[in-house]
Design a protein around this ligand. Structure first.
Ligand code: UGA
Length: 458
């Protein structure tokens, strides 16, 4: 087993740290934020992610530790950097926390042992070199002689982080250093054995297909590995924008996008994932990563018109939702609109950069009253959008109170299981715009609730 340190206890850091500790590597999560470290030490999760807290509870003090000091770096074999890389105004990633982490690591490296430093955060191409030069400046140590920096991008999805971390499709390692490569193989060896796979499945009671292949382990150079992360996220964003455009066309032509997506997805070259219609993609990854890719490509004079169009198309999709509602209600002035779901997807409290903020603003500009509900994301949504004059509701029912329409933006399970009689009794006009095509329109029609989806799929 290897001694691991993970700098950062945010989304990527806490999940990665807990997973490495779960397979037996003694792992210390380091964060300068005392509150987060205190939470971890009490066996609590610093973020909302299904299953994570019970995992932390089971491991804390055994193989998982938390600290505010970089001291554990001194005895570490592998140090992960898993700090935030938010967007700057120009779209490029802000690397201030990466630099701080690199400097902190540098100050605590033991010159007599070779340390492998791993960039886990989503970082622009070239960041491994930047981390190495910060450490060299800080310490006088030489990269590749005293330490090496490896790229190992994270592909987990919020809300499914544990499943993704234990059963990834692939593990990508970017390094040209033999010790770096060797140590990463050792670190991930539990992932590459069927026995490890079965143990994870049993422990977490995941419904995983026992015939599912083990992850692909892919080694490449650092720069390609860093690019894989951006290229993959931008491709997924393009795929969603594409099906959302097809959905709009389906509505005009009378086709059903659900079946169109199903039929397309049966082609293994296309695949059936990420073809679900929505009011657009959002969250803390796709907007940030497409912006970074566009800003960098501009810097090099290369026009990524597919990615650029996908971003524009995504905004059009947010607007399309409002247009569709306007067609239904004619005038929006003085109308009451309920919103179900302000997070960018279910099973997360993440309400940063969500389409809900954009759509709510448009509705307010058109003179509507807006009342919102979300099972987990209300606090963050309010914090992110303190200026919005809207009503925050305790329940989905309250958000439907006297509403002329409800827009379902996030497909939280509970929105499919409401007491429809009560919803109908509360609404002024029985109309629900289901942007995730999740509601059973025939069933709701029994309560006289009209449900419209996107892409004619009701
Ligand atoms: C995304 C990637 O899926 C992960 O592989 C990656 O590790 C992560 O970004 C990251 O860079 O850290 P995440 O942002 O958590 O993960 O969420 P996704 O499940 O990918 O969803 C992104 C957005 O696309 C959401 O708004 C979601 O509702 C939307 N979406 C997704 C659709 O509209 N349709 C789909 O078919 C799938």
């Amino acid at each position: 087993m290897l001694n691991v340190v993970c700098i950062g206890s945010g989304y990527v850091g806490s999940v990665t740290g807990a997973a490495l500790a779960a397979v037996g590597h003694p792992t210390t999560v380091v964060d300068v934020d005392e509150r987060k470290v205190a939470l971890l030490r009490q066996g609590k999760s610093p973020i909302y992610e299904p299953g994570l807290e019970s995992l932390i509870q089971a491991l804390i003090g055994k193989t998982l530790f938390a600290d505010t000091s970089y001291e554990p770096v001194r005895t570490a074999d592998v140090v992960f950097i898993a700090v935030g890389t938010p967007s700057k105004k120009d779209g490029t990633a802000d690397l201030v926390h990466i630099r701080e982490a690199a400097a902190g690591i540098g100050r605590h490296l033991d010159p007599d042992r070779f340390t492998v430093i791993v960039n886990k955060s989503t970082v622009p191409v070239g960041t491994a070199g930047l981390v190495a030069s910060v450490i060299e400046r800080e310490t006088g140590l030489k990269a590749e002689r005293h330490f090496t920096v490896v790229s190992n991008p994270e592909f987990l999805r919020e809300g499914y982080a544990l499943e993704d971390v234990f059963f990834p499709d692939r593990i990508v390692i970017g390094s040209s250093h033999p010790v770096g490569l060797q140590r990463m193989r050792e670190l991930y060896s539990p992932w590459m054995q069927r026995s490890g796979y079965e143990r994870f499945a049993k422990h977490f009671r995941f419904e995983v297909d026992p015939s599912r292949p083990l992850p692909k382990y892919f080694e490449t150079d650092c720069s390609s590995s860093e690019m894989i992360k951006y290229a993959a996220n931008a491709f997924l964003a393009v795929k969603i924008s594409y099906i959302n455009e097809i959905a709009r066309l389906c509505e005009a032509l009378g086709s059903n996008v659900k079946d169109v997506a199903a039929g397309m997805g049966m082609d293994t070259r296309i695949g059936d994932k990420f073809l679900e219609v929505s009011s657009g993609w959002s969250g803390s990854c796709f907007p940030k990563d497409t912006a970074e890719l566009l800003a960098t490509s501009e810097k090099y004079g290369i026009e990524l018109s597919v990615v650029r169009s996908s971003v524009q198309s995504n905004r059009q999709m947010h607007d399309y939702v409002v247009q569709k509602l306007r067609r239904q209600l004619k005038s929006m002035n003085g109308r009451t609109v309920g919103i179900w779901g302000v997070t960018f997807k279910p099973n997360t409290d993440d309400a940063r950069q969500t389409q809900a903020a954009h759509i709510v603003r448009e509705l307010l500009d058109l003179g509507a009253y807006v009342q919102v509900h979300d099972p987990q994301g209300m606090a963050m949504f309010r914090e992110m959008n303190p200026d919005l004059p809207i009503r925050y509701c305790e329940s989905a029912y309250e958000a439907a109170d006297r509403a002329d329409a409800v827009i379902l933006l996030t497909h939280w399970r509970e929105y499919g299981q409401l007491r429809w009689e009560e919803v109908a009794a509360r609404m002024n006009r029985l109309y629900v715009l289901d942007t995730r095509n999740m509601l059973d329109s025939e069933r709701l029609w029994q309560y006289r609730i009209q449900v419209e989806g996107l892409g004619n799929s009701q």
